[in-house]
Design a protein around this ligand. Structure first.
Ligand SMILES: C[S@@+](CC[C@H](N)C(=O)[O-])C[C@H]1O[C@@H](n2cnc3c(N)ncnc32)[C@H](O)[C@@H]1O
Length: 277
């Protein structure tokens, strides 16, 4: 089990979809669009949101491997992908064969704890990707992923990595210390050792450049308003709980902060596409 419920992942999926950086997505599409077939590894796949968003960017025949350490989320992924596809049938070894728009997509599901390393998961892949994962992992995991992919010159596409920026509307003086404490919490251990948290986007870019990759980076902020008030309220509650766990602020300050009704919030993310030079 992980800390991420399928309800939370479904609640955020529409915001995730529209927040992805279009320039980076276009670069991914240009790189892979003309191939006949490609194999994709999705790290920390959750319920398959990254496949649903990324498959339309890629070529006509795709083979995806979804990896997560949460068996329930992988089960949800199977159901959600069946619902998303135009047609779905079972293929060999528990895989799914989906048709969606122009694409024929084979998907397999692997329960695996990535904190133990990539092993040979990425060995035969044409693309390694992840959505909303890399702020949870450690700096050394990021370094190892970049080194491992460099050995096979495999491109890397990571979207929606939290970058530490947040802007609540209406603004309150406590927003700044709350953001600082939240970012500290983001750097605590999420199963991979101390997490990169808001440093993850710059660490990813640095490590892939060190391995000789060309790196494109683009902002993919969530811009949420009252049309997504449930997500805004959930975020506010989640932030408050994380800040309380740090003990960095007086609980009364946090209680008062969480009660302020917000009409909008912007949460900063970064997308990156790294290609071997
Ligand atoms: C924020 S969720 C993102 C899920 C999905 N990529 C998306 O965009 O909706 C992070 C995902 O990473 C997975 N995860 C966290 N730690 C992991 C680990 N050690 N090994 C494998 N997956 C992990 C969680 O189970 C969860 O599905």
């Amino acid at each position: 089990m992980s800390a991420f419920s399928s309800d939370w992942l479904s609640l955020r999926e529409p915001a995730d979809m529209r927040s992805r950086n279009r320039d980076i997505a276009n670069a991914v599409s240009a790189w892979f669009g003309l191939r006949d077939h490609m194999r994709v590894l999705d790290l920390g796949s959750g319920t398959g949101s990254n496949l649903r968003a990324s498959a339309p960017l890629l070529c006509a025949r795709q083979t995806w491997t979804l990896v997560d350490n949460d068996a329930d989320l992988l089960k949800h992924a199977r159901t959600a992908l069946r619902g998303w596809a135009d047609t779905a049938e079972s293929a060999s070894q528990d895989a799914l064969l989906l048709k969606k728009g122009h694409a024929q997509i084979t998907v397999s599901f692997h329960k695996r704890d990535l904190s133990l390393g990539l092993g040979d998961l990425a060995k035969d892949c044409d693309l390694v990707t992840a959505s909303a994962l890399f702020d949870l992992v450690s700096a050394s995991f990021i370094r190892d992923v970049a080194r491992t992919l460099a050995q096979t010159r495999t491109p890397f596409y990571a979207v929606l990595t939290y970058n530490g920026l947040q802007k609540w509307t209406p603004h309150r003086p406590a927003d700044n210390p709350i953001a600082a404490a939240f970012n500290r919490h983001q750097m605590s251990d999420k199963g991979f050792g101390p997490a990169a948290g808001p440093m993850a986007p710059s660490l990813l870019a640095d490590q892939f450049r060190l391995e000789g990759y060309s790196v494109l980076e683009g902002e993919s902020p969530w811009r949420l308003d009252q049309r997504e008030r449930i997500l805004v309220a959930e975020l506010q509650r989640g932030h408050a709980m994380a800040v309380l766990e740090t003990g960095a602020l007086d609980p009364k300050t946090v209680e008062a902060w969480v009660k302020v009704i917000r009409s909008a919030v912007e949460i900063g993310h970064t997308d990156i596409f790294a290609t071997p030079a």
